[in-house]
Write a protein that binds this ligand. Structure first.
Ligand code: SF4
Ligand code: SF4
Length: 465
């Protein structure tokens, strides 16, 4: 039998009809890291909407009013650049991490993995570990089976509901979501608009379906990241691998012995039993492997028990395992990702610091573009839209920078504006035809906060024809 390459990912047809996988729960060094990472991220997701900043929800994507709050920063639809940049940076970070450490995202941080793990924990809690769950599946329906299934389904539903309400609270706001009640026939009932009901239904359904039924099917068949990872891997990417040369020929043996004709794999199949995607790591790296290292921890435990050195399954690289050379940590592809990421982060940080939380838009008043008033002066009308992008009330003063003979007329001396609000202010620019002459004269409209902190300007033209 020739050794399967740990680097080449066999994208063979996966049997979508295969039976439900009931992984055995294992413990070990990497599982402790996984649990810490998974519970920490989940806790973050659940707790973040409850954190307050300046009297309101600190992270709040208020879609209905188109205000997106991230602590002290308020973003508007015009600030799409920052949202797009965030996703581009996240994607490049993921690519970079994948080049270095393989599918570490899948195994340690992906919500699909986290929720599937939690839902499987519920099954383990109600039914028992792997063997009991397999037996339970085969068992004919009786009162005990129905009750246990009902308990599992109820807990799953509640978990899906909590997940959905947390998701929706990032948009609807916790105050509104949990504080809007009406009484129908004396029974309290959420008083939500239609979109909240629809969002709650979609997220509850998606969470339940993904974590209860789709599970590894999602990772293997639907998630594109799992599919294109092979393009990103190189010979120095860290992967969970079985040491074929050390392990083969595999076979059972008496405790405390090591027959000369056998390798270190005692054929206990624990690595297969703990695998959440139901594969055998000894067949080489496969597209189904989410690199959770459960097989690694399980095998280490077996090696400890039989008195062989740990690491028959371990984190390694193709260069180390197959070519017996030292892995290269600094390599051109990694350096390219670091460079691109540094530039991207630099540009976004600069743009964030350079961003003025005040916006001005100027458009000519179509109904009254240019006219002459009773005093013989040329009048041009505009609508000035001022947006206060700070999180405090502001008062603004309007002015123009224009050649001699032009002056600004507005009915407001100062423009008071609440945090996050916009106002369309009609203004006129008046010009003496004897001074300004004929043609299109450039005019700059300025808005300054009264305390002088913020300034924004926009150019337009004065038409004196
Ligand atoms: S857990 Fe280790 S020893 Fe047991 S079958 Fe898997 S590779 Fe072999
Ligand atoms: S083969 Fe090992 S690392 Fe890969 S998914 Fe299965 S248990 Fe996790």
């Amino acid at each position: 039998m020739s050794a399967p390459s740990p680097h080449k990912i066999p994208v063979h047809e996966v049997d979508a009809t295969k039976k439900r996988i009931h992984p055995r729960f294992t413990s070990g060094f990497y599982q402790r890291i996984r649990l810490f990472s998974m519970y920490f991220l989940m806790l973050l997701f659940l707790v973040l909407p409850w954190i307050r900043y300046d009297g309101r929800q600190a992270i709040w994507f208020d879609v209905p009013s188109q205000h997106y709050y991230v602590f002290g920063l308020t973003l508007f639809p015009q600030d799409f650049f920052f949202v797009a940049s965030f996703f581009i940076i996240a994607a490049f970070t993921l690519f970079m991490v994948t080049v270095y450490a393989g599918r570490v995202w899948c195994g340690y941080a992906c919500p699909q993995t986290i929720w599937t793990h939690l839902f499987q924990h519920v099954e383990k809690w109600v039914i028992g570990d792997r063997n009991k769950r397999i037996k339970f599946d085969k068992q004919p329906f009786n009162a005990e089976k129905v009750i246990k299934k009902l308990i599992i389904y109820t807990i799953w539903f509640l978990m899906a509901l909590i997940t959905a309400s947390t998701f929706v609270s990032y948009v609807a706001g916790t105050d509104f979501l949990y504080g809007s009640w009406q009484f129908i026939g004396g029974i309290p009932f959420p008083d939500w608009p239609k979109w909240v009901w629809v969002a709650m239904f979609i997220f509850t359904f998606a969470t339940y379906a993904n974590a209860a039924y789709m599970r590894e099917f999602m990772c293997i068949h639907i998630c594109p990241y799992g599919r294109f990872q092979s393009v990103m891997f190189d010979k120095d990417t860290l992967i969970v691998s079985y040491d074929y040369n050390r392990g083969e020929p595999r076979g059972p043996r008496k405790k405390g012995t090591h027959p000369d004709n056998l390798g270190d794999c005692i054929q206990c199949s624990l690595c297969v039993q703990v695998c959440p995607t139901g594969i055998d790591i000894r067949d080489g790296l496969q597209v189904e492997c989410i690199q959770c290292a459960a097989c690694l921890d399980a095998c280490n435990e077996v090696m400890d028990k039989v008195g062989y050195p740990r690491g028959l399954i371990r984190y390694t690289t193709e260069r180390q395992l197959v070519e017996n050379e030292k892995s290269r940590y600094l390599r051109p592809r990694l350096a390219a990702y670091v460079l691109v990421l540094s530039v991207l982060i630099g540009v976004v940080v600069y743009a964030l610091f350079d961003r003025v939380p005040l916006q001005i838009d100027v458009r000519g008043d179509r109904n009254q573009l240019s006219s002459t008033n009773a005093e013989g002066m040329i009048v041009n009308s505009y609508i000035i839209k001022v947006t206060n992008k700070t999180q405090q009330h502001q008062e603004y003063v309007l002015s123009i920078t224009a050649p001699e003979g032009l002056s600004l007329r507005t009915r407001l001396k100062t423009l008071p504006l609440e945090a996050g609000r916009s106002y369309d202010l009609p203004v006129s620019v008046v010009g003496d035809p004897k001074v300004v002459g004929k043609g299109e004269i450039p005019v700059t409209f300025n808005v300054d906060s009264i305390d002088g902190t913020y300034h924004a300007s926009r150019s337009n033209v004065f038409n004196s024809n």
